[in-house]
Design a protein around this ligand. Structure first.
Ligand SMILES: [Zn+2]
Length: 257
């Protein structure tokens, strides 16, 4: 049993103390990998590596629905995720963090609902991210002195390819701040399960750089990885500081309604 879960990359695994791993199966298939359960600040926390233990699952092959089902079956009520994001807004710089408040879904072929019939449910995701969790994380980021944007829209593309310059330019014109390949559909599946969901983005690059005043090299996976690894301790620290506060809060947000 764990009420709090983290979904992210292997860099975050060490956040857990005394972790043991559990293989979980669901009616939607197996999640990305075993679920590790350990302690963070004395609180039981589950951790799931989104891309699998050996990083073998590309963004379009991540079993998002099995992942959320598996965590829900463990009793998880709060999920904190971390994502590497490209910046579409020059105010969002590599190394900055962002707490998503909105998404735009440009993915396809990913199952994004538990209500596939015969039961018909229309879930509101007008505010898809948990404002209570966001407020806690925003406060902690300030206390830690991090450059953290308290709001930001993430446009989620299917991948695994990066965007063309024309696609980047379109997203920038639309006014989106960040771009990523895995931030959807985790958030909406969690909402269907009435799970509070926080999305923490770590800016790693400027995508194609078409909005920069100077010529820029288009993003590469190696660069994303290099900047993420350089900053993963900050993400870890923010999550570490946020988790103990969750228990202290009486959460009453739209997520549960
Ligand atoms: Zn909430």
């Amino acid at each position: 049993m764990a009420e709090v879960a983290i979904i992210g990359g292997s860099g975050l695994y060490s956040i857990l103390e005394g972790a043991t791993e559990e293989e979980v199966d669901t009616k939607y298939g197996r999640p990305s990998g075993p679920i590790a359960v350990g302690k963070v600040g004395g609180i039981e926390v589950a951790f799931l590596n989104r891309h699998g233990k050996a990083h073998t699952l590309p963004p379009h092959k991540v079993p998002y629905i099995a992942n959320i089902e598996a965590l829900a079956s463990l009793g998880v009520k709060w999920i904190i995720t971390s994502n590497a994001v490209g910046s579409l807004d020059i105010g969002y710089k590599p190394g900055d963090m962002v707490l998503f408040d909105q998404f735009v879904n440009m993915t396809h072929g990913r199952r994004d609902t538990f209500f596939d019939g015969p039961e018909v449910v229309h879930t509101s995701v007008s505010d898809p991210y948990c404002s209570t969790l966001s407020d806690i994380a925003a406060r902690k980021a300030d206390e830690l002195g991090y450059n953290c944007h308290k709001r930001g829209t993430v446009v989620v593309v299917n991948g695994p390819r990066f965007s063309s310059k024309a696609e980047s330019a379109m997203f920038i014109r639309q006014g989106f701040q960040t771009i990523n390949m895995t931030a959807y559909p985790e958030v909406v599946l969690a909402r269907e399960k009435k799970i509070h969901f926080l999305g923490v983005g770590l800016v790693t690059d400027y995508d194609n750089g078409v909005h920069l005043p100077h010529e820029a090299e288009p993003v590469t996976f190696d660069e994303v990885k290099r900047i993420f690894d350089m900053n993963v301790e900050k993400v870890k620290r923010l999550i570490l500081e946020t988790i103990p506060e969750i228990k202290a809060q009486t959460l009453s947000c739209v997520c549960e309604k």
